[in-house]
Write a protein that binds this ligand. Structure first.
Ligand SMILES: Cc1cc2nc3c(=O)[nH]c(=O)nc-3n(C[C@H](O)[C@H](O)[C@H](O)COP(=O)(O)OP(=O)(O)OC[C@H]3O[C@@H](n4cnc5c(N)ncnc54)[C@H](O)[C@@H]3O)c2cc1C
Length: 444
């Protein structure tokens, strides 16, 4: 094992090489620390990572940015890639009653023919009301299910916002605090200069790998050692307050460790966490996601983001990436994500990729009756266990602290993003915040 640091530069270990871990590694290295980051996967980037396809790169999981994502936009400027962020009009719709209903503004809402007219007005009024609420704390004590059901009435709720809530949280939909739903509405409100403005979404030309690669390059240039394809089996406290990261080849000594991994992984890495801290970690569950990606030889629809409000379809979101970014960037091919959030014991999570695609294909004919299986040129299935923290009531009081109660051991993961919903912007913010906190604790 390496010796305790005797010089002024502490050795910080970072576990996890997603946006949070990479941002933290950059900040530690810039502050003059010795930094080692371990990422279990072969490629850095975590949930935002992209893979090579059609002569470019595309995310495993559909991604875009909002204009209110200030932390990641500022990071891109700092990394010199601000000009690579493209801001393009979004194009949203609902799939219900066998057809696509555009939903890009107030007028579209009034034309949502799958609910009665007065329900459309009610949905509009409730959304407008939520856009104006600043004091989100009042939404910590009521579930989104209860609040929205009361505000909208059962029928409108079931077919619109309730359908979206179920799409995101599956059977956990009635445990999610209203503050989470408010956060989603707030995000879309603050990402427009005025409610009448056209919504624009951001995307890095060439995929989120452009941000990940620039971030990794900057961290390395500042001296960080970023190692992919490896992760410690365990983290063990040392008598002098440091930590041993255990590897088959031997222990690596750190003065402090920051883990950015999901909470169940963190609990396995550090089996002897203080009881109350471990209990807080266990108190928050995640929804998993299974996402199929299809390469088609022609478009499925003309909508980018299609919420599926039809319970007969086996997926709950259809995200046609090439209705957002131009197909010419992908050699003329069309790319469509079929998204479903679920529990890990759901049959779709364990199904083979081929079985899942077979289960999904008939539903595509409902979305576009002309669709034929031979439109699919290639397909992939990606799974993520810790896709979406399920935010319960009174979460502020239960949210795990970054300081774990064990000296020099810190946690910075998506369960500590609140009241906003998780996203790359907030993981960048998390990385910045944890680095400041650790450096303060170390007196630097
Ligand atoms: C379906 C889906 C769609 C999304 N859409 C968007 C979007 O449109 N816009 C947006 O901004 N965000 C989106 N997100 C969310 C966003 O990708 C994440 O919130 C963000 O990337 C999380 O970054 P992170 O670093 O906090 O965590 P992660 O990306 O989860 O990073 C944690 C890392 O730890 C690694 N790890 C785990 N165990 C170990 C171990 N033992 N040792 C070493 N490393 C380990 C993992 O491999 C992973 O790379 C989406 C996510 C999903 C699942």
């Amino acid at each position: 094992m390496s010796e305790p640091s005797t010089n002024a530069a502490p050795h910080i270990g970072v576990v996890g090489g997603g946006m949070a871990g990479l941002t933290a590694a950059l900040r530690f290295a810039q502050a003059g620390c010795t930094v080692t980051l371990w990422e279990r996967s072969e490629k850095l980037g975590g949930q935002a990572v992209a893979f090579p396809v059609a002569g470019t790169f595309l995310e495993h999981f559909y991604h875009h940015l909002f204009q209110s994502d200030h932390d990641i936009i500022a990071l891109c400027e700092e990394l010199g890639i601000g000009d690579e962020l493209l801001w393009l009009p979004s194009n949203v719709g609902y799939f219900a009653d066998g057809r696509i209903w555009p939903l890009n503004g107030a007028l579209d809402l009034l034309r949502l023919g799958f609910i009665p007219f007065h329900d459309r007005v009610r949905v509009g009024m409730v959304t407008a009301y939520l856009q104006r609420v600043r004091n989100w704390r009042r939404f910590e004590t009521v579930t989104a299910d209860a609040w929205l059901r009361r505000a909208l009435g059962q029928r409108a709720y079931d077919r619109t916002l309730g359908a979206q809530l179920r799409a995101k949280f599956g059977s956990a939909y009635d445990r999610v605090a209203m503050v989470w739903f408010w956060g989603k509405i707030w995000l879309r409100t603050t990402s427009r200069r005025s409610p009448l403005d056209e919504e624009k979404l951001g995307y890095p030309r060439g995929s989120f790998n452009v941000i990940i690669d620039a971030l990794a390059e900057a961290a390395r240039a500042a001296g960080a050692d970023l190692r992919s394809g490896e992760g410690p089996a365990q983290l063990r406290p040392l008598p002098d307050g440091g930590w041993a990261a255990e590897f088959p080849s031997g222990d690596i000594r750190c003065d402090a460790v920051v883990a950015t991994v999901p909470s169940p992984v963190f609990k396995r890495l550090v089996p002897d966490l203080p009881e109350t801290y471990a209990a807080n970690l266990g108190g928050l569950e995640y929804e998993a996601a299974v996402v199929a990606l299809l390469q088609l030889n022609q478009p499925l629809s003309d909508t980018y983001w299609l919420n599926v409000a039809d319970p007969d379809l086996p997926f709950t979101g259809i995200i046609e990436h090439t209705n957002f970014m131009p197909p010419a960037d992908y050699g003329g091919k069309r790319f469509v994500y079929l998204s479903k959030y679920l529990e890990t014991d759901h049959p779709y999570f364990a199904m083979s990729d081929g079985e899942l695609i077979d289960a999904y294909v008939p539903a595509l004919q409902k979305v576009n009756p002309a669709f034929q299986r031979d439109w699919i040129e290639r397909s992939w299935v990606f799974r993520e266990r810790a896709a979406q923290p399920i935010i319960p009531l009174h979460y502020r009081e239960r949210m795990p602290d970054h300081r774990t109660g064990l000296p020099n051991l810190y946690l910075a993961n998506t369960t500590q993003i609140y009241p906003e919903d998780r996203g790359t912007n907030y993981s960048v913010r998390l990385g910045n915040r944890i680095a400041r906190l650790v450096l303060d604790d170390l007196g630097r």
